[in-house]
Design a protein around this ligand. Structure first.
Ligand code: COA
Length: 182
């Protein structure tokens, strides 16, 4: 067991600011979700549960509680120049006993293809490994090649395929598990 630690509430990279999710961004979050709903909902099932401002406010409250309880620590991905909200990243299933965490992430569709997620991931990994985590995991639908490409591009290796683990809009899909060690 390692001592519990928090993700930094603010991390700065070359092009991005990663900021603890908070209510200042609820309206912009709803706008980003509305503008990218079809793109995001394919692999992110929570998207359909965030349709109104009240839904997003409730989700931010939930993330706030999860942060305090060290269960999930969501960071907003902001453009360093304009401060605009481009996506999210963060660890969940944080396990201080086994020193493992899973990583989740998403970007606005028009901000994909520039290496922004890889840049954000590197900063998050550095913080988690420095705190004593030794096993970081990325799970994705086998069909989600954009997400598995992020894992592979950043040095994760395929550890397992969980057959038909994901019920995806009426079909069962295989899930890939990618792992990177400290
Ligand atoms: C998964 C997701 C975040 C990937 O975004 P991404 O922009 O492709 O990821 P990266 O930041 O690693 O960028 C890599 C791309 O940027 C390009 N790129 C440009 N400049 C780059 C740089 N400086 N560094 C790295 N890549 C760069 C790469 O060539 C690559 O482009 P390609 O896809 O045409 O080969 C995005 O597709 C997404 O949000 N999908 C929907 C939500 C989702 O599925 N989330 C994951 C659930 S498991």
């Amino acid at each position: 067991m390692i001592d519990k630690f928090d993700m930094s509430e603010r991390l700065v990279t070359d092009r991005l600011i990663l900021l603890r999710r908070n209510h200042d961004y609820d309206e912009e979050m709803l706008q980003v979700l509305n503008d990218n709903r079809d793109f995001l909902r394919r692999y992110l099932f929570w998207v359909d549960k965030n349709k109104t401002l009240e839904d997003v406010i409730g989700a931010t409250d939930m993330f706030d509680k999860q942060w305090t309880e060290h269960k999930e620590q969501a960071l907003l991905i902001l453009d360093k120049q304009s401060g605009a909200l481009w996506g999210c990243i963060g660890p969940h299933a944080i396990d201080f006993f086994n020193r493992e965490a899973e990583l989740g992430y998403w970007l606005r569709e028009d901000k994909t293809g520039h290496g922004y997620m890889s840049e954000a991931l590197k900063a998050v990994e550095e913080k988690l490994f420095a705190g004593g985590m030794r096993r970081l995991v990325i799970c994705c639908d086998k069909e989600n090649t954009a997400s598995s490409a992020v894992a592979k591009r950043n040095g994760y290796h395929l550890e397992a395929v969980r057959k038909e683990r994901l019920y995806t809009y009426g079909e069962f899909h295989d899930e890939e598990v990618y792992v990177k060690f400290a």
